[in-house]
Design a protein around this ligand. Structure first.
Ligand code: AMP
Ligand code: ZN
Length: 107
């Protein structure tokens, strides 16, 4: 499948990795919109929140816990967690990802 985040998850496209386990990978956003801007991504290809299924419930919980761990490890006091959904929701990459943003907001 020609999906950029699947390729990053497989190591076929380089990324600045900040977290990885068997189900999730997290890496720095290439065009940061805040001082810290990390994408927390399930390795499973799911297009968007719209495409979530009942069986993805645990995975979504794990995405939030991974974001929490990354924020804690980085010593972030506060942060924003965002899912963009569909073009009208600002989603450009059609592989589910949780934006973790902190500090110096300019977008
Ligand atoms: P969204 O608009 O919610 O689909 O977010 C996609 C995000 O992926 C944007 O913030 C992009 O800057 C980021 N992005 C696109 N390509 C890459 C890449 N190769 N490595 C890291 N981040 C990327
Ligand atoms: Zn994908």
């Amino acid at each position: 499948m020609d999906c950029m985040f699947c390729k990053i998850a497989k190591g076929e496209i380089p990324s600045t990795k900040v977290f990885e386990n068997n189900k999730i990978i997290a890496f720095d956003d290439i065009h940061p919109k805040a001082l810290v801007h990390i994408l927390v991504v399930p390795k499973k290809h799911i297009e968007s929140v719209k495409h979530l299924q009942e069986s993805d419930k645990d995975l979504i919980g794990e995405l939030f816990l991974a974001a929490q761990k990354i924020a804690k490890d980085k010593g972030l006091e506060g942060y924003k967690l965002v899912f963009n959904v569909g073009r009208e929701g600002g989603q450009l990459v059609d592989h589910l990802h949780l934006h973790l943003l902190s500090g110096d907001f300019n977008g």
